[in-house]
Write a protein that binds this ligand. Structure first.
Ligand SMILES: Cc1cc2nc3c(=O)[nH]c(=O)nc-3n(C[C@H](O)[C@H](O)[C@H](O)COP(=O)(O)O)c2cc1C
Length: 209
């Protein structure tokens, strides 16, 4: 990219992040970001699809707020009453966390902007439900990976749902393996280059990874 183009790109990204430049007493320039936008700096990924089955039908929602709790297969996600899926999560205590790839982005956004209360999302988004081994919620055939999960806790005060993984599957035959990460403002970052620091991190890595 040419210099002028580079500067323009920086200005655009600063504008998007609403960064305000301020001068400290010592004359050093620091950047202040609107606090309401701070979450965008920590937005995790990848964006996932979470399936449920309430005993009557399958449903899917999009979730970008997830967290790995430790090296055991325990995860957390933030969701609550405002989603139709939540009732099924709470009553069946089961779900599948499916990992879509960048080629599925429009479906991922579509699934996250309509409700299972009035939409059959598997049909609408042409996705294939596959029976799992451990839970009634279906795996999604088109996804790169699927994790069958049990809900082991719901921390109501913060709308956090804690999941224990029971079985996981990865589609090694899939060519597209890049996942997407939500920034939080309707834009997404696609997985890029993989950097290897395994030797440096050896003392912190659990056995077998
Ligand atoms: C990119 C994206 C990320 C989302 N992340 C979350 C999330 O982390 N937590 C949440 O409760 N809703 C999230 N949503 C919104 C739900 O997916 C959305 O409310 C959906 O309609 C719920 O479906 P349901 O009503 O069928 O359960 C996200 C939506 C999109 C498009």
């Amino acid at each position: 990219m040419e210099k002028a183009g580079k500067i323009k790109a920086w200005l655009v990204s600063f504008e998007l992040m609403r960064i305000v430049f301020i001068k400290t007493g010592g004359g050093v320039l620091v950047e202040q970001l609107e606090i309401s936008r701070a979450f965008m700096l920590l937005e995790p990924g990848p964006v996932v699809l979470v399936t449920t089955n309430d005993g009557k039908k399958d449903n899917i929602m999009t979730i970008s707020w997830t967290m790995v709790m430790d090296f055991t297969p325990v995860f957390a996600m933030t969701t609550g009453e405002w989603n139709y899926s939540f009732r099924a999560l709470r009553t069946t205590k089961e779900c599948v966390v499916a990992v879509p790839t960048v080629d599925m982005l429009d479906k991922v956004v579509g699934i996250g902007t309509c409700s299972g209360s009035d939409t059959d999302k598997f049909t609408k988004f042409k996705l294939t439900p596959v029976k799992g081994k451990m839970v009634k919620a279906p795996l999604i055939q088109e996804c790169l990976a699927n994790i069958e999960c049990r809900v082991i806790d719901i921390i109501k005060r913060h709308n956090i749902v804690i999941l224990e993984a029971l079985a996981a599957y990865f589609d090694t035959s899939r060519k597209e393996k890049r996942t997407v990460h939500a920034v939080g403002d309707g834009t997404f970052i696609v997985d890029g280059r993989k950097l290897d620091r395994r030797m440096l991190m050896a003392s912190k890595l659990p056995a077998g990874v």
